[in-house]
Write a protein that binds this ligand. Structure first.
Ligand code: CU
Length: 260
């Protein structure tokens, strides 16, 4: 095949590639940058992809968690809109120096989807410590789970950009475990019918607002965020396809000029 013809084939292939990628454009990806609450030192990223079959994949990478301990994590939201912030120390209503889950919930709403590692995903698994990710000895968490359509609450995907990722669990007294001696029991857990849970378990350690479903957010850049994960997938694909086509066209032009 002569070079010009080969390049034209390449250009066509780029178009075909875009066509093949078509179904992926139905996916919606939103991302959140996880930032520390209660001076936890946690930083990370969360990527949530909703597929047209109703399934949802959640990927979280973070560091700075209390090592060796499970960290309850949830998708939170108010659905009513208007809550697009994560808590700050200003939300410490009683001024005791700690933002509890109840105080933080004014910003991030209630639990929509417990991000367990396996099994049940109903709100009653919100504090299922045995099925929550455990930070490794260096305080890292890498989490990934795909929830089937049946495991995802009905209205969650429609409200993807109004939701928060919240992770809990702070070892306030640094003794390597969650204990009541530190800050007493969690009134949040108690109100859920779970008395005797240390407050250290439920205090929020990190929060991020999910963004990117409708409006293209600029890429965050950097290794930590995965370099531009804030872009919606379909825009990214369109950009890639455009670049491929432009490169192919340029090659064809150059080779024609050179008489190849
Ligand atoms: Cu939560």
């Amino acid at each position: 095949m002569n070079p010009v013809r080969r390049c034209m084939v390449a250009a066509t292939a780029a178009l075909v590639c875009l066509g093949i990628a078509g179904p992926a454009q139905a996916d919606t990806t939103v991302t959140a940058r996880l930032r520390p609450i209660n001076h936890s030192g946690v930083h990370g990223t969360a990527t949530v992809t909703a597929r047209d079959d109703g399934s949802l994949t959640v990927v979280i990478h973070g560091s700075g968690y209390a090592p060796g301990l499970p960290h309850p994590q949830h998708i939170h939201g108010s659905m009513g809109g208007g809550h697009f912030m994560c808590p700050t120390m200003k939300d410490d209503a009683n001024g005791d120096g700690v933002v509890t889950n109840e105080e933080g919930a004014g910003e991030y709403g209630t639990i929509f989807l417990p991000l367990t590692t396996r099994g049940d995903t109903s709100p009653k698994s919100g504090l299922a410590l045995s099925r929550m990710p455990v930070a490794d000895s260096t305080g890292h968490i890498d989490y990934r789970r795909t929830f089937s359509a049946a495991e995802v609450p009905d209205n969650l995907i429609r409200h993807l950009s109004e939701l928060h990722i919240v992770q809990h669990g702070i070892d306030h007294n640094g003794n390597g475990r969650y204990d009541i001696a530190s800050l007493g029991v969690s009134t949040f857990a108690k109100n859920l019918g779970r008395p005797g849970v240390p407050e250290e378990v439920t205090d929020p350690a990190a929060c991020g607002v999910l963004t990117g479903a409708m409006s293209p957010a600029p890429p965050h850049g950097g290794v930590e965020t995965g370099g531009g994960a804030g872009h919606p997938v379909n825009l990214w694909l369109a950009g890639l396809g455009g670049s491929l086509l432009a490169a192919s066209a340029l090659l064809v032009t150059r080779r024609v000029r050179r008489g190849q």
